[in-house]
Design a protein around this ligand. Structure first.
Ligand SMILES: Nc1ncnc2c1ncn2[C@@H]1O[C@H](COP(=O)(O)OP(=O)(O)OP(=O)(O)O)[C@@H](O)[C@H]1O
Length: 676
């Protein structure tokens, strides 16, 4: 900056003391390189001006001869060196500018002159005496002339200075404008700084907020990272396991490859064998077709053998007699053993088909029935088979299975169980409750199923239809009935084209097709239930009625076109005790009379058949009427005579055995097979 002080600023001590702003100083322009640069551009013309101004001032001083010892209190054109605020021309603010008005200057100069103060440099002219007016005038004129000269010089200097001042003023104006623009710029910069600070604080807040978010996110990410690390660990473990698995699989693959090679070799070998086997197969097929023809021939023969077997079987049965009698003595029951001991003293089992009934002298409670010999008397009986108390159900069934075979072959078969109450009839026919004690009915069904299954291979198909009846007081009841109050009548139906009335059937009776042997169990339990409903005591009821289980077996052969039909009757007769011994009266008397009548009629029918009577009294009782087709020429009959082992039943046992003997002595014609 030039030596011209800014308005309001301190006047510098000397030109040399004028401080230039340095970069990095505290001057307000410091740090504004743009402005400094501007100033630097402006400075070069200012610096010479300063020198010029200083030298001009010195010149002016010397021209005015103003020295330090001058008594002029306000020397013109000098600067106030005391440091008080003056303008560049040494004037104080408000003083007249130097050279601005010479008329103002003159009086002052004159005033100065009047003070006789030495003017100009040097020792000055010698003081003239007061009287030397001329000299003093000359001095005054010389002084005036020099003063005028100096005034003109000063005026020219003043003009110069004015120019300079104008320039400076212009410069000052420029500078002040510049300064203003700089200040404005500074203000705007300050505003910008404020704005920036505000923005900075906002940004800082934002950053903090973001940082917080980032920290939260970082925490989340840390958590996820640890979770992922754990997962990674798990995956690594799994990977290791997989790698191990792959290793083992590789070894398996290697083994498999080895096996595959081996198998391929085997395959090749097998192919060779196959080729030879195919050749053999062709031979075998030839052989097989030959054998198939042979098998057909064998089957044909077998069917012929089967027919022949049936014929021979029937012949054997005929030879054995169409009525056969088996005697079965049941074991002593637990309570009976406790009373009389384990031994059956009065029955001796002589052989497989004979027994001896002895009257024991000390036998308790035994009344002597009519026709019974005295004490210690013996009665021998012979039957087709005698079973002792140890005979098992299966053993008994073995003997009757021939008859069951006959029923399958198309014969009508009738199996009776005859004997006094409690002698074991129901046990024999239906069986006991324990497994292995199944009676003739379930065992028969089992056998029929097995046999018909075998016969399927020979072209036979069979159908089994069962019904279960009870004859109580000469009335028929259906033990399988699901409906009540139905009327049951015995009827005959024509079974052939000639219109002969052969088949006996009961109206309204329920006929159930039996498709499995197990079904018989449910049929037997239904029959028991229906019996229990009919009487408060089932056992009592069962001993007072005849029960008839009928199984109609029909078969047809698709190869031979044969067909057959047989009916198997398994009859559990009512107790055969004598009327006078039972002491019956009322309903019981009627029951006993009916039982005895029907049993007697059964005997009569058998006798009539044996004697070949023209009239067979089937219709005299419901039982014989119902069994008409199963008693006679075209049927086979087996009677079980069941015997109680109790000594006090001696008379009843004797009667039963006598009745059975009579039946056993009968020869009832020749059985005929119902084959179409
Ligand atoms: N062979 C046997 N082995 C073992 N127990 C038998 C045998 N026979 C019969 N019983 C038993 O003797 C008792 C009488 O038999 P069951 O009821 O069969 O006689 P029942 O002649 O049918 O009599 P009811 O005329 O009263 O019907 C039953 O408890 C039965 O279990």
């Amino acid at each position: 900056m030039s030596g011209i002080p800014r308005p309001g600023s301190r006047l510098p001590q000397s030109s040399s003391s004028v401080k230039r702003p340095r970069a990095g100083s505290n001057d307000e322009n410091a740090g504004q390189p743009g402005l400094l640069a501007k100033k630097k551009k402006m400075d070069p013309p200012t610096l010479p001006l300063k020198k010029t101004s200083t030298s001009n001032l010195s010149k002016a001083k010397s021209m005015m001869n103003i020295g330090p010892k001058s008594k002029v209190t306000q020397p013109l054109g000098t600067s106030n060196m005391s440091g008080r605020a003056t303008n560049v021309l040494g004037r104080r603010p408000g003083a007249n500018p130097v050279g601005g008005n010479t008329s103002n200057l003159a009086p002052r100069t004159r005033a100065t002159v009047t003070t006789n103060a030495p003017v100009g440099p040097g020792p000055g002219p010698k003081k003239r005496p007061a009287w030397d007016l001329k000299g003093r005038l000359e001095d005054m004129e010389g002084l005036f002339a020099s003063t005028a000269e100096r005034v003109s010089t000063l005026e020219s200097q003043n003009t110069q200075l004015k120019t300079v001042a104008q320039e400076k003023e212009t410069e000052v104006i420029q500078n002040s404008e510049e300064l203003k623009s700089v200040a404005e710029e500074r203000d705007s910069l300050r505003k910008q700084i404020e704005t920036l600070k505000k923005e900075l604080s906002e940004v800082t807040d934002l950053k903090e907020c973001q940082a917080k978010n980032y920290r939260t996110q970082l925490d989340d990410l840390e958590f996820k990272k640890s979770a992922l690390e754990r997962k990674l660990k798990g995956l690594e473990d799994e990977l290791n396991a997989r790698i191990a698995e792959i290793g083992s699989l590789k070894s398996i693959v290697a083994q498999s490859n080895a096996t595959k090679d081996c198998l391929e070799a085997t395959l090749e070998n097998t192919k060779r064998h196959l080729a030879s086997a195919e050749d053999k197969l062709t031979e075998l097929e030839k052989l097989a077709s030959q054998q198939a023809a042979q098998i057909d021939q064998h089957r044909e023969n077998e069917r012929a053998f089967e027919t022949e077997r049936r014929r021979l079987h029937n012949t054997i049965q005929e030879l054995k007699g169409n009525i056969r009698v088996f005697c079965r003595v049941r074991p002593l029951l637990k309570g009976e053993v406790e009373k009389v001991g384990p031994n059956i003293r009065h029955i001796e089992f002589v052989s497989e088909n004979s027994l001896e009934l002895k009257r024991i002298a000390d036998s308790p409670n035994e009344s002597i029935a009519s026709g019974i010999k005295g004490k210690n008397s013996k009665y021998d009986f012979e039957f087709d088979r005698v079973f002792g108390p140890n005979a098992k159900q299966a053993q008994v069934f073995e003997e009757i299975c021939q008859l069951v075979q006959s029923a399958i072959d198309g014969y009508n078969v009738c199996v009776f169980a005859y004997g006094q109450t409690g002698s074991g009839k129901t046990f024999t026919m239906e069986g006991g409750e324990e497994p292995g004690n199944e009676g003739m009915i379930p065992l028969t069904l089992d056998m029929i199923y097995q046999e018909t299954k075998k016969l399927e291979g020979k072209g036979w198909t069979y159908k089994m239809e069962a019904s279960f009846l009870e004859i109580y007081n000469e009335e028929i009841r259906d033990l399988l009935a699901t409906e009540k109050n139905l009327k049951y009548d015995i009827k005959l139906t024509s079974s052939d084209v000639k219109g002969q009335t052969n088949d006996v059937y009961v109206s309204n009776v329920k006929v159930v097709e039996v498709k499995s042997p197990h079904q018989v169990t449910s049929l037997l339990s239904l029959a028991h239930k229906n019996r229990a409903i009919a009487a408060t005591n089932c056992n009592e009821r069962s001993s007072r009625s005849h029960s008839v289980f009928q199984l109609k077996i029909t078969g047809s052969n698709s190869i031979t076109t044969e067909s057959c039909s047989g009916t198997l009757n398994l009859v559990d007769l009512a107790g055969s005790e004598r009327l006078k011994d039972s002491g019956s009266e009322g309903l019981r008397l009627k029951e006993t009379q009916n039982i005895n009548k029907s049993l007697a009629n059964l005997g009569n029918v058998i006798m009539a058949l044996a004697q070949k009577d023209s009239h067979i009294p089937y219709r005299n009782s419901k039982l014989t009427h119902l069994l008409q087709n199963s008693l006679g020429g075209n049927s086979k009959t087996l009677m079980f005579v069941n015997v109680s082992p109790k000594e006090d039943s001696f008379s009843e046992t004797l009667n039963s055995l006598r009745f059975a003997t009579k039946v056993n002595q009968c020869q009832i014609g020749t059985a005929t097979k119902k084959i179409k």
